[in-house]
Design a protein around this ligand. Structure first.
Ligand code: DHB
Length: 398
């Protein structure tokens, strides 16, 4: 006879220990709301997963004000703008001057490292390498989930609320009744080829380049490590790209009469990043709530993914705090509608930045020229610049 699972009782059972799940766990714990985090991947894998690197000021505050760590302030790099480069020319946008806001360049894996260390410091219950196999009774007041840990031991978490924070391929999302939800999605005919290189900075801030050869993004990680991306085919094989070939491709996408030259160096990481816009509505069913990529995915242009996940965390945390302190589930019931307002603004922004900066696949000359017309409109107007700056630096949290 199969052994019955060990029962773990808690208030909030969080499926997924990436930045969204850990941030929520941290805020709940600080308020005295007991929670357990269960993550499928191991710590090392998440730590070495390279994602975007731009944090809105509000995301930075969530880390510093809640006492996660202030490393984001010392090791992060505050950026007051970006450069939109097209027709071989630079068009700097000064966010500080336009909307009195800045962003911080701090890699998502560093955010994970800080959050994970904070949960360990505060003796949080975070378990890596655990596979969630079943979610039960999510439409009752006693939802549960089962998981198997790395040693094969079986557990059943009994909670008041379950949160799905398990990323774009979310298991939690797939357990919601399909007939009661709707998925909205866009697929794109391109992807990004991302590299990490040991080289000096090519520019003080980020360059988003539209070129006839395709989009390129020149970003950074530190004084001597840089992050860059270029638009590629979704099925591109990274092994077919030597360092020389990558540098030639990137350079031709930023070439211009100003003779701007990338600073090159050895490339030590190459990955193809898929593109997708996706939203699940609603973001909840009964006592289960989705946050971050589990509920919605944006294409990477504009780096909204993690920022949006943190905005979800803020809304859900406040709803949970109210639920556990007053017993009223009014805010929990409003979570999905409130979070979705920002989700759709970010979907629009990410789609807009993507379509304006990428080269249409199939080489439709009208669409390519139209995008240049849009870039010209945005950069030649103060209103246009402010619209982009306000969205990029992040609308106020709900
Ligand atoms: C980075 C990634 C993005 O998608 C973006 O818009 C800006 C920066 C990055 O990895 O640095």
């Amino acid at each position: 006879m199969a052994k019955s699972p060990h029962i773990l009782k808690t208030k909030v059972g969080i499926i997924g220990g990436g930045p969204a799940g850990l941030m929520l766990s941290h805020l709940l714990a600080k308020t005295g709301i007991e929670n357990i985090v269960v993550e499928m991947r191991d710590h090392e894998t998440i730590r070495n997963t390279h994602r975007a690197g731009i944090l809105e000021a509000q995301a930075v505050s969530m880390l510093t004000d809640s006492g996660v760590d202030s490393r984001v302030l010392t090791d992060g790099d505050e950026h007051a703008g970006i450069d939109l480069r097209f027709n071989g020319e630079s068009h700097p946008l000064d966010f500080r001057e336009l909307v009195d806001a800045t962003v911080t360049l701090y890699a998502q894996n560093e955010v994970f490292v800080d959050l994970s260390a904070a949960r360990q410091r505060d003796q949080g219950d975070v378990r890596y390498g655990c596979e969630v196999t079943e979610i039960l009774d999510m439409d009752t007041s006693t939802p549960k989930f089962r998981f198997t840990d790395a040693q094969g031991n079986q557990f059943e978490v009994h909670a008041d609320v379950i949160v799905g924070a398990d990323g774009s391929r979310s298991f939690a999302r797939r357990q919601m009744p399909q007939t009661l939800c709707q998925d909205f999605k866009v697929t794109y005919p391109f992807a990004w080829f991302g590299i990490l290189t040991e080289a000096p900075k090519s520019a003080p801030e980020l360059i988003y380049a539209n070129s006839p050869h395709g989009f390129a993004l020149i970003s950074q990680r530190s004084e001597n490590v840089q992050r860059m991306y270029f638009q590629c085919d979704p099925n591109e094989d990274v092994n077919a790209w030597s360092d020389d070939r990558i540098w030639a491709e990137l350079q031709q996408r930023v070439d211009g009469p100003d003779n701007f030259q990338l600073k090159t160096g050895p490339i030590f990481d190459k990955t193809v990043l898929g593109f997708r816009s996706f939203v699940r509505e609603p973001l909840s069913h009964g006592r289960m709530f989705l946050i971050g990529d589990a509920g919605h995915t944006v294409p990477p242009t504009g780096a909204k993914g993690l920022n949006l996940a943190f905005a979800d965390v803020k809304v859900l945390f406040e709803a949970l705090d109210s639920f556990f302190s007053t017993g009223s589930d009014k805010l929990l019931e409003g979570y999905s509608d409130l979070a979705l307002k920002r989700v759709w603004k970010a979907q629009n922004f990410s789609y807009w930045m993507t379509s304006m900066l990428h080269t249409p696949v199939g080489g439709d000359p009208f669409m390519a020229k139209r995008a240049l017309g849009e870039l010209e409109t945005v950069t030649s107007s103060r209103f246009g610049q402010q619209y982009l700056a306000e969205s990029y630096t992040g609308w106020p949290h709900a």
